[in-house]
Design a protein around this ligand. Structure first.
Ligand code: PMP
Length: 442
């Protein structure tokens, strides 16, 4: 609870963060923590970046906030232009919100309104995937396929279909090629559409590289292209959730660029504000927004803080830093360095079943037995032990218990700042190795 709820009784349960310096967070006792996961894949530029601080000061000195019901701002307009210029083909509108869940929520409502505007009111269903996470507000939680997060809220969630994720390590059959496996799991979308009646479905939602629930699992090549074809065949919108994997994390500003797929909508957050401001965005095609312009004239949605000038100025400065400092190329290089260091350190580890990911978005899956891939007994809470041992060792990483075959399994997500150095990669893997062995010994 501490860290989520604040009050007198929660004090002292977690270290108090008092300063940030590049890849490190410093607590009130002066202890330094290497930020190996950017919190939850947020702090892509590290902490206390002088350019972002200057941009925020500058915006604050002029104007912090003007409600988007009355005004636009340079900060919001410039940010939208930058995002659209870099986005996949067809994307040309930006809806600025305050975080990832809000972006997903907006995507779902925009999809529904779009089909109402174009005279297809029967389309309301969403298909997503098991072991996915799309946010904690009710619409986004319903789309997500994480059994544990959904369980107690089930009566509040609209019914959503969940097909298999693309999870090569566990689900590719012996002898099956990666391509054949990708087509097989993508074809589950076709089967589910037939079961529901395609004319009742509005959208398919997926993360190109699955983050929180699986630990940096990319789809196999060809999978997303097949998904795109199925969506097109039935007039279903493809919503790609890049809240975690977008904004350069994989070495491309948009992760789906690597899959060669242009979705109808993309959600982003986390790295967009890099932790300097809370911001998220829904990017959408002209076709969708034009239908709304031509119909009722406005998207029937909104939040008070959307298009916030400070948040937009911060995000604009983050994107400038990524571009001007050549950080996408750097993510590709340092991603290889991190991957090699992880294989070097954990490649033969008896309890590391898989090392995966793209760019500076990497995951390790922990198993009780490498041969059978059997997960650890959930009662051991290996992920929680690793988190605690890593904090002890001065490392922030993001271990989670996912859901494997109905059981809880454990993985570690790594998403260090794009500015991480070779020495810091070494420090990260050293500390992680210590944390894993301490956690397994306990
Ligand atoms: N989608 C994905 C893929 C995410 O990883 C997250 C956050 N972990 C969200 C949506 C929700 O974002 P937020 O926590 O900013 O609401």
């Amino acid at each position: 609870m501490a860290g989520h709820v604040f009050g007198r009784s929660t004090r002292g349960k977690l270290p108090k963060a008092v300063a940030g310096e590049g890849c490190y967070i410093i607590d009130a006792d002066g202890k330094r923590y290497l930020d190996g996961s950017g919190g939850a894949a947020v702090s892509c530029l590290g902490h206390s970046d002088p350019d972002i601080r200057a941009a925020l000061h500058d915006q604050l000195d002029r104007l912090a906030f003007a409600h988007t019901g009355f005004f636009t701002s340079d900060a919001a307009e410039d940010l939208a232009d930058t995002l659209i210029a870099a986005a996949p083909e067809g994307i040309d509108r930006v809806y600025l919100v305050s975080g990832g869940s809000e972006a997903v929520e907006a995507a779902l409502k925009l999809a529904r309104q779009y089909f109402m505007e174009i005279g297809q009111p029967s389309r309301h269903r969403v298909i997503a995937r098991r072991q996915s996470y799309h946010g904690n507000t009710l619409g986004a939680l319903a789309a997500g396929g994480n059994a544990w997060r959904r369980a107690q809220f089930a009566p509040l969630l609209v019914e959503t279909s969940h097909i298999s994720p693309c999870y090569e390590y566990r689900d590719r059959a012996p002898g099956e090629s990666g391509e054949a496996y990708g087509q097989r799991v993508a074809d589950e979308l076709e089967a589910e559409l037939q079961r529901l009646g395609p004319e009742t479905v509005m959208a398919f939602v997926a993360e190109p590289v699955v983050g929180a629930t699986m630990g940096a699992v990319p789809a196999v090549p060809g999978y997303l292209r097949r998904i795109r074809q199925i969506c097109d065949r039935h007039g279903i919108l493809l919503i790609l959730d890049e809240v975690m994997c977008g904004m350069g994390r994989t070495g491309h500003l948009f992760a789906c660029a690597e899959d060669g797929v242009a979705p109808d909508m993309i959600t982003i957050a986390k790295g967009l504000g890099a932790g300097y401001q809370p911001i998220g965005a829904l990017l959408t095609s002209a076709e969708i927004y034009d239908a709304i312009d031509a119909g009722s004239g406005f998207f029937q949605h909104g939040h008070t803080y959307m298009g916030h000038a400070m948040a937009a100025a911060g995000a604009g400065a983050v994107l400038r830093a990524i571009h001007d400092r050549g950080l996408l190329e750097r993510v590709q290089v340092m991603g290889q360095t991190l991957d090699a260091a992880l294989h070097d350190r954990f490649g033969q580890h008896p309890h590391v079943g898989d090392i995966r990911g793209r760019g500076l978005f990497r995951g390790l899956e922990l198993v009780a037995d490498r041969e059978s891939k059997a997960p650890f007994d959930p009662a051991r809470k290996i992920h929680a032990r690793i988190k605690a041992a890593a904090m002890q060792a001065g490392l922030i990483c993001y271990p989670m218990g996912g859901t494997i075959d109905g059981q809880r399994g454990d993985h570690i997500l790594l998403a260090p700042p794009f500015i991480i150095s070779d020495d810091q990669v070494q420090e990260l893997t050293d500390k992680l190795a210590r944390a894993v062995s301490d956690a397994l010994a306990a």
